[in-house]
Write a protein that binds this ligand. Sequence first.
Ligand code: ADP
Ligand code: MG
Ligand code: MG
Length: 319
Amino acid sequence: RVLLEVKDLKAVVKESGQEILRGVNLTIHEGEVHAIMGKNGSGKSTFSKVLVGHQDYDVTGGSVLFKDQNLLEMEPEERSHVGLFMSFQTPVEIPGVSNFDFLLMAFNARRKNHGLPPVEPLEIEILQQGSKSLAQPMRIFQSGQLLIVKSSFSSSSSSPLHPLFLLSFPILSSLSLLTGMSVYRVSDAGHFYSLVTPKVASLNMNPKFLDRNVNEGFSGGEKKRNEILQLAVLEADLAILDEIDSGLDVDALQDVAKAVNGLLTPNNSALIITHYQRLLEYIIPSYVHIMEDGMIVKTGDVSLAEQLEREGYRGISMS
Ligand code: ADP
Ligand code: MG
Ligand code: MG
């Protein structure tokens, strides 16, 4: 089944009217991985930004169908809701919003669009607040349960708090008595926290990243991992990954590539934008396209990327 069909897409920079995309043609079927390579400034990022509806550009010609729907008529959020995901070359920072809250909001927005009820961040039961014991605490160390202490808990702050795995309940209990803090039992089943944490682990990310504000103060590599975490949570049908390899060391590159490979199914697709062939050794594309001056000028298989690596763009004759 055709997932994305781009025909003769033309776009200009809104502010200046400068034409960047000069007729892009690209068809992506379910289950395919496409790579777009090309020199700096050839229009790769512009192409992906136009697909997700970035405000800086005006489409001046052509058409884009995504799952048979006219993508160009949709607002950026709608494009995300119908299953398009883009990892930006320069991911944005969102001060004041924790990664966990952001992921939960995005996940629930997607569920709402599919007519599903929102998931709760955590299912928690309060055990003790100060000197008040509110529940039977004795079964708290069953596997799959987390124990949390916090001085206050509001449902709007849905970050995963700070699980104290290592303290036994008697210690927590006396801590609670002394400080007035509350002790919570967290159920592990079917809730967002338990959905996210394995994905965090598979990306070799520190769980503390969930508590931090989105991308704020993250290193380049951490931002890239975080983009893939968003993708993993949202389970998009088409993931556009713009230079996810830039600034990554080999270990991070392998983590990211492994995570992306793990997300690929026969029903979804990826569009990978990269300068370098290195990434395509780990994520094997079905097709490699070369973009030049706002058009796809050549298409081949993975050997085209290898040829580029050997001979440079000059070595490839653009017909
Ligand atoms: P690539 O990702 O292939 O390196 P880009 O799509 O980022 O290329 O840029 C293509 C060309 O369009 C460049 O010349 C760039 O300066 C120009 N361009 C892209 N976006 C803008 C913008 N918002 N304002 C002005 N020029 C832009
Ligand atoms: Mg560039
Ligand atoms: Mg770019």
